[in-house]
Design a protein around this ligand. Sequence first.
Ligand code: PHE
Length: 470
Amino acid sequence: MSDQENTEVDPSRGSFGTRFGFLMAAAGSAVGLGNIWKFPYITGEYGGGAFVLVYLGCIVIVGLPLMYAELIIGRRGGSDVFGALRNLTKKSGSSAGAALSSVAGVMAVLSGLFILSFYSVVAGWAVHFLGVSAGAIEAAPGGAGPTFTALFKSFEWSATWHTVFMIVTVVVVSGGINGGIEKICSRLMPGLIGILLLMLVYVGFTGGLGDSLKFLFAPSFDKLSMEAVVEALGHAFFTLSLGMGAMVTYGSYLKSDRGIVRDGVTIALIDTGVALLAGTVIFAVVFAGGKEAGAGPGLVFVTLPDLFDSMPGGTIIAIAFFVLLIFAALSSAISLLEVVVSFLVDRFGVNRKAAAAGLGVAIWGLGLLSANSSLTFGIPSALSGFLGEGDKAMLDVLDNLTTRVMLPLGGVLIAVTAGWLITKEDREAGFEHLDGGQTYAKAWTFLIRFVAPVLVLFVLLVKAEFISLG
Ligand code: PHE
């Protein structure tokens, strides 16, 4: 390995011990509630196959190029998301770049705070349902529907599980990269994939598989709206953990430029694979039980548990499913917190444990607003395209604000930075060792300079009604 590959590694920051550990942490960040809770229900709401196709297109055309961009910026910039962007734009002598990257950096850190605050509340619901499935918590009379409603409406319950989940997340991140994040994710991810495969085998016996595959993979374009396209694009960012520096931050703990292209592709493949697998399993259960696909956010908390209940070995399956959901959520929450923690540690020299604890409390506090479902905000009609219509709870406001606006916008800024505002050497460092690396580098540069930013901006502008499609 040449010295060049090892530029700017600061051993005091910590690093991943093994490539496998890095992959599990990064794939763990990507695979989360987005894959198992959100992907199935939005696919259900937007009608299945055509939505899935647009989502896959977004992953390939925008997600993959941005994945590499974030990892290489982190690796070469050798710092938290704010610092890494600044280091590289300064090095290239671009003052516009330095200014732009500061905006991107600040927005990334804010996205991390916002997302984790509501993410932890939803993850807490999974903890509650694990307790109910295992018989440790009493279900409300009438099954999962009333149980979910009671949980959703009870600030005390939602806040309790949110608190528990935040504490665990803080403890892991306090342990550092190698000793905390890598260690935990290397156990969670294989466990998660194992559970999912077992569930796939299970639904192979209980039926519904054919209908499920047809729903997910046979596109019917009449249901496809602009709304669905925006949702698919936003979800591609959310599910790959892009647009807010999670991959920049993890990339900064890599010791070499080598393998970054391959790793980026691997992470995206694992993430997409898990989403499709989870969707296949969930819709198989839904269709075998004669239920509707478009149940909305309650799909995995209302429709599924009732159906599990009537299936052979249902208790075990329900427990397995909620463990799966919690594993997925935890490894993502860890990465969300790490983005913000590394910002305080690298930028302001704050001690890691103090940063994790302090931020944990701040995010927990913000999350209490999402745990309180009776607190709603009237959305001005000018913003309803992005934030939803009418009165919205904090959880929805933050979910829509981050997924539909902040992550895509952050993605555009990161793409522009990677494409135009850093040196060619930094930009192409990950392609150097590949056979035909120059060709790949050219194709990637084209995508990240022109295609990704233009496409994302276009969708945002259409959505904001600056551009009308007639
Ligand atoms: N990718 C995670 C999921 O699919 C969410 C996430 C977004 C995590 C952004 C980190 C950063 O659930």
